[in-house]
Design a protein around this ligand. Structure first.
Ligand SMILES: [Fe+2]
Ligand SMILES: [Fe+2]
Length: 202
């Protein structure tokens, strides 16, 4: 799906649906982190107003997602609690920073592409949740269907911003995205053997 190289394994959806409360808590924090990441990128690049506007619009949408997931938690009587350890994002940022960068591309391109990959993986997993929730929880299924479309759009937003920041050099950006997607795939495969998988990126 999108740029992803490794599909999520079948065991993930079983574990996720077995502990939906845990998935929702993790999901809420993922939305909050997506908003903060977009705001932090915007604050670091004040000279690029188009980028600032795009990223702050995206942050606003992620905050709306966060509030809606929190409302879902409240409806179920589940506490938000502190953010679970996000091994996926931490490992992805670390591994991408270590992967030899294309020197012709500004460093910001990698940060935007990492954000694009995170959106793509959320998008893939939301689609799996939509399928699994069919006939079981239609309301939550419809919510994930809507979020699936939003995160697919965010994937494109980050990918397109990366191309713009690279002065329109789509070929170079696509090549770098393909490299980073391989890195992301390895992390997803490694996490598939982890202890706790009832997480959006677990
Ligand atoms: Fe979101
Ligand atoms: Fe998003």
């Amino acid at each position: 799906m999108l740029c992803l190289r490794v599909p999520t394994d079948a065991a993930w959806i079983d574990e996720a649906t077995r502990d939906l409360a845990r998935v929702l808590v993790d999901h809420a924090h993922c939305e909050m982190k997506a908003a903060s990441n977009a705001l932090s990128l915007a604050a670091r690049h004040p000279d690029d107003l188009a980028l600032v506007v795009t990223l702050t619009d995206l942050a606003r949408e992620e905050i709306d997602h966060f509030q809606r997931v929190v409302a879902e938690l409240a409806r179920r009587g589940v506490k938000l609690g502190p953010p679970p350890v996000d091994e996926y994002a931490a490992e992805l940022r670390r591994a991408c920073a270590q992967s030899a960068r294309d020197a012709a591309l500004p460093a910001l391109v990698d940060r935007l592409l990492v954000a694009a990959l995170i959106e793509a993986r959320s998008c893939e997993r939301f689609k799996l949740l939509v399928g699994a929730l069919e006939g079981r929880d239609r309301e939550l299924g419809a919510f994930y269907d809507e979020l699936f479309a939003a995160e697919a759009r965010h994937y494109r937003t980050f990918r397109d911003l990366a191309v713009r920041v690279a002065s329109g050099d789509e070929t170079r950006v696509e090549a770098r995205l393909a490299e980073l997607a391989i890195v992301e795939g390895r992390i997803v495969e490694a996490l598939a053997h982890g202890a706790s998988r009832a997480m959006i990126h677990g």
